[in-house]
Ligand binder design. Structure first.
Ligand code: PMT
Length: 389
């Protein structure tokens, strides 16, 4: 994929250097255009070295006999301007072409053009900037909203440059096909915690990585995504439509019940605790007993409930975390819980790791092996599910 990064002279320009690096790490091709003012803040050599790419600054530069703005605008699949100052946005909104960046913006006629406004809050909230941002949206620019927080000038408010990971995720979303467009997907992820007392709980080693990867990929493939997650240490997946944080199996069950009717595809990846203490002590248990017996009872089985109450047009995908006879035990769960597909995996390999190997088991016993990073597995899994729709 060819990315053209436009850089204007916001003070967040140093973050755009890291964006250049991240774009290259994705394996994408990169070219950079800087405004003259941007070059006063950071040398083009920095972008060229970090991005290992050509950097253009001058409309009248002679490059292999190219007319730069027309050639790079033909070359790029995505044009992203980050940071985009109020001045550059204003020029683009009104069709000015007085430097290489704005000239290229005028010449770029493809769908994927992205702008990351970054400036002081008062400039961002100024009516004219608001109007200009609305105007460029009508011209087809996709705007990544700035974050709120502490700004370089000491002010606090909206205008901060967003995380580069968020920008990269946006670029991935806009460049993917959308086979799940119009579909609502519910994903459960992570472990649950069953309280013993206010400071202790029963849980498992699920990190949430597999479920979060599914939620993220479902969004990239065009779905409206609701993620219901137990406690994890993960960054929430950007652009997922709604995220509900829960602790216990009972809480997860209640939230799934509130939401499952509205969804087309349900993917139960959470490692829900099978048992919970019958009673959770109000105060921290004291170490007064030689032996402590905690009585447990079964938690509600969410997949079982959803599997037996699904509508005809809903697809229910369960997971099976096994440590032996992975395929046989997975198939048994598919039948018992009335799922449409079971994703069986070896819990000892899958839990916590970045990669996974799973067996997709269908009702007719057809089995497909998927292997790779959890994101790769998630994407392939969702594509296979699409074929059932
Ligand atoms: O989170 P990671 O570190 O990335 O690890 C990923 C994973 C190993 C947790 C994931 O790939 C996985 O296998 N998830 C299912 C874990 C599990 O609880 O499996 P199970 O075989 O015990 O349960 C079978 C199915 O019933 C699962 O879909 C589970 O969500 C569901 N279940 C289980 C118990 C319960 N009370 N309610 C449920 O809905």
């Amino acid at each position: 994929m060819n990315i053209l990064l436009g850089v204007s002279s916001g003070i967040a320009i140093y973050k755009a250097v890291d964006l250049a690096s991240k774009i290259r790490k994705e394996g994408w091709n990169l070219k950079v255009i800087m405004t003259e003012n941007a070059t006063k803040l950071i040398s083009p050599v920095v972008f060229s070295s970090v991005g290992n790419c050509e950097v253009y600054t001058d409309t009248y530069e002679i490059e292999k006999g190219w007319i730069i703005h027309t050639e790079v605008s033909k070359w790029a699949d995505i044009f992203v301007i980050a940071p985009a100052t109020a001045n550059t946005i204003a020029k683009i909104a009104h069709g000015f072409a007085d430097n290489l960046l704005t000239t290229t913006a005028l010449a770029f006629n493809k769908e994927n053009k992205v702008i990351v406004p970054t400036m002081n809050t008062r400039m961002y909230e100024n009516e004219i900037t608001t109007e200009n941002i609305e105007k460029i949206k009508t011209l087809g620019w996709k705007v990544i909203e700035p974050e709120a927080g502490h700004l370089a000038c000491g002010d606090v408010g909206k205008g901060r440059y967003p995380e580069n990971e968020k920008i990269i995720e946006f670029l991935k979303i806009i460049s993917e096909d959308k086979p799940l467009s119009g579909k609502k997907v519910l994903v459960t992820a992570g472990p649950t915690r069953e309280a013993i007392d206010p400071v202790r709980y029963i849980s498992n080693h699920s990190s949430g990585k597999m479920g979060y990867a599914i939620a993220k990929m479902a969004k990239r493939l065009g779905a409206e995504v609701c993620l219901i997650t137990g406690p994890t240490c993960l960054q929430y997946p950007y652009y997922v439509d709604s995220i509900v944080y829960v602790e216990s199996a009972k809480e997860m069950f209640d939230v799934v019940l509130e939401n499952y009717n509205k969804c087309d595809i349900l993917i139960m990846c959470a490692a829900v605790a099978d048992y919970a203490p019958i009673e959770s002590a109000k105060e921290k248990l004291k170490k007064t007993h030689e032996r402590l017996i905690i009585e447990l009872s079964k938690t509600p089985d969410i997949l079982d409930y959803v599997g037996h109450n699904k509508k005809d047009n809903q697809i229910v995908v369960g997971f099976a975390a096994e440590t032996q006879n992975v395929i046989e035990n997975g198939y048994e769960k598919l039948i018992r819980k009335n799922a449409d597909v079971i994703v069986a995996n070896d819990a000892k390999i899958a839990m916590g790791s970045d990669n996974n190997q799973v067996y997709l088991i269908f009702k007719d016993k057809a089995t497909v092996v998927l292997e790779g990073s959890k994101e790769e597995v998630a994407k392939e899994l969702l594509k296979r599910i699409c074929s059932l729709l």
